[in-house]
Design a protein around this ligand. Structure first.
Ligand code: M6R
Length: 604
């Protein structure tokens, strides 16, 4: 994980790097640091066990020498506790080499042991620190820094995006990429390197996305990249930066953006009862031959994938299977003919999803992406795909992205249905158009959810139940509560509850159940809730407006508008997201940046 940034240019370098790191905080925020040439002629290394604003305070009064290298890092700890000692940049014994790194060096233990035998002294517990010491060791026999740098990289196993400088050449930043993303913006008298193109937007029109195995030396005059074959890309203006507007947290703002997010996902894609997906049209002939789909993703995107499985099977008649990317990437299964893979990712940078995509490409599957972040690695490396157009999602907990992913998957399923020359029933278009207003009506009632969260605030365990389309929504509701409020929550298929989890039920263990009408299993879920009630478990139900029965079983009910069964989870998940939000904020947590997490999981 982690975000890295490096700058050389005519502008005040420290603020440029700090601003870049702020934009990268979604990749980790447990500590941060910078290294730069200060006005006294030396290198200054400043670190803080804090977010970037804390680092900024420590840097008050410092400035970097104009036109010299500055590198910075925002960390999500993998090796070594989140503290100043382990924060980047890291250096060698002599203080000549400074480096920031995103990724994991898998063979660092053996490298470190070898270097310690040779007299190197390590001060951190990180894998990264092995790199500057390795370069230092190479410099004993090799005078050329670039050669020592390349030789060090040649020994590393794992993943890295890194930026380094040599005290003896202050006007160069050495960069390299293997597995973790790295992008460089270049213009006259200015270069900025960062983990994410969003950092460069508005500043650089032309950028270079480093490919795996590529390296470079960037500076003000003649930056070089090797091996060559680097393509210059134009940076789309789609990289909008999000601002908080009248909401205390991005998470709440993003939940409230859901109606707009649905409209953007639909915009220009529903034409005269036809679904038009420009991104898939180029592979339409290949898609016509497809008989099966594999859906591959992590976390919330995986739960959207579970919905996708239902959409593809029910709406497009295509057998589908969903896999966790971290499992599928190592799975030994026979290659399946006439199968396409769908990769879902908000960030487009999730390491496991990206690795699974690369495996699928090697196996010659047609690879499709459902991605929100424009220009991200997954968006660029899939054969074709559909963007969510949900705008940047800042809060670590995914909310609006889940809704837009589900929306895009419905559109893809309808598109695939059309390819089979099956028409789409008219009422589906009407239902899709009506969805934003239904969500708005739920959002109007958000304070009712707040009072439910307050009422149950002392509880430390929750069971979330759903069936069919609402099972993924229940899983998602449980994940939200865990990550935002640090409360144990389990999502379960309601019918499975009696096969084990019912043992947990007590008056202190509430169940949140999605018990909506059109699900086709309404009566079944009522029976499941009766079973819980008879064992004294409190029940909060998300039910369909007009349902008179449910309040006889559930102690608390939140009503949502009726909808076609495949759209119900998009409505049902909203109160669950709000419940987690209010639970977390009522407990006093910073819900946008929950502990131990990062927005984009770029390590295995
Ligand atoms: O960027 P991605 O959609 O690939 O991210 C996948 C997961 O890391 C992400 O959904 C994570 O589970 C969120 N924190 C959930 O709120």
């Amino acid at each position: 994980m982690c975000g890295i940034a490096g700058y050389i240019g005519y502008r005040k370098s420290l603020p440029v790097v700090l601003e870049s790191l702020k934009r990268l905080e979604y990749r980790g925020y447990d500590s941060a640091g910078v290294a730069f040439f200060d006005q006294n002629g030396g290198v200054r290394l400043v670190k803080a066990k804090s977010r970037i604003t804390g680092l900024e305070k420590k840097l008050n009064g410092f400035s970097a020498v104009e036109g010299s290298a500055v590198i910075g890092h925002t960390r999500w700890a993998t090796h070594g506790a989140p503290n100043e000692k382990n924060a980047h940049p890291h250096s060698d014994c002599s203080g000549r080499i400074f480096i920031v790194h995103n990724g994991i060096i898998e063979n660092y233990r053996s490298i470190k042991a070898d270097l310690i035998k040779r007299g190197h002294q390590f001060i951190s517990d990180t894998d990264t620190e092995a790199i500057p010491h390795l370069i230092e060791e190479n410099l004993k026999s090799e005078k050329n820094f670039k050669k020592a740098f390349d030789a060090a990289l040649g020994r590393l196993v794992g993943a890295y995006a890194l930026a380094a400088f040599d005290v003896l050449s202050p006007k160069n930043i050495y960069i390299a990429r293997l597995g973790s993303p790295l992008v460089v913006g270049l213009k006259k008298e200015e270069c900025l390197v960062a983990s994410d193109p969003g950092v460069l937007s508005g500043k650089f029109k032309k950028v270079i996305f480093l490919k795996d195995g590529q390296r470079g030396i960037i500076n003000l005059n003649n930056s070089v990249f090797y091996p060559k074959s680097l393509e210059i890309s134009r940076l789309d203006s789609d990289f909008k930066s999000a601002k908080l507007a009248n909401f205390p947290y991005f998470m709440l703002q993003e939940i409230f953006e859901s109606p707009e997010v649905i409209k953007s996902a639909l915009q220009g894609r529903l034409l005269k009862n036809n679904v038009k997906l420009g991104g898939l049209e180029q592979v339409a002939d290949k898609l016509k031959k497809i008989k099966r789909l594999k859906i591959i993703a992590c976390g919330t995107s995986y739960y959207a994938g579970l919905l996708g499985e239902c959409f593809f099977e029910e709406l497009a008649g295509l057998p589908s299977e969903v896999f966790l990317a971290s499992e599928w990437r190592y799975k030994k299964e026979p290659r399946e003919p006439q199968t396409a893979c769908v990769f879902i990712s908000q960030s487009g940078e999730t390491a496991d999803t990206l690795a699974a995509l690369r495996k699928a490409k090697k196996e010659k599957y047609l690879c499709l992406g459902v991605v929100n972040a424009v220009g991200s690695s997954i968006a660029r490396e899939t054969d074709a795909g559909v963007y969510n157009h949900a705008g940047p999602e800042i809060a670590v907990a995914s909310t609006k992205a889940f809704i837009s992913q589900a929306m895009v998957l419905i559109l893809m399923a309808l598109f695939l249905r059309q390819l089979k020359s099956k028409s789409i029933p008219n009422n589906i278009f009407e239902e899709l158009d009506g969805l934003p207003d239904k969500i708005k009506s739920i959002l109007k009632n958000h304070l009712r959810i707040k009072s439910l969260a307050r009422k149950h605030l002392k509880r430390r365990n929750f069971l979330f139940l759903g069936r069919g389309y609402n099972y993924p929504a229940a899983l998602e509701g449980a994940l939200k509560l865990k990550e935002i409020a640090y409360v144990h929550a389990e999502g379960y298929a309601a019918g499975e509850m009696k096969h084990g989890p019912i043992a947990l039920i007590s008056k202190n263990f509430p169940t949140i159940a999605i018990a909506v009408r059109n699900n086709g299993t309404y009566e079944k879920i009522l029976s499941n809730l009766e079973e819980i009630k008879s064992r004294g478990g409190p029940i909060i139900a998300v039910a369909t407006q007009g349902d008179k029965l449910i309040s006889k079983i559930a102690g608390d009910v939140f009503y949502i508008p009726a909808a076609n069964s495949f759209l119900e989870p998009l409505l049902a998940v909203v109160p669950l997201q709000l419940f987690a939000y209010y639970f977390g904020t009522l407990l006093g947590y910073d819900v946008d940046k929950p502990r131990n997490l990062a927005k984009s999981v770029t390590v295995e």
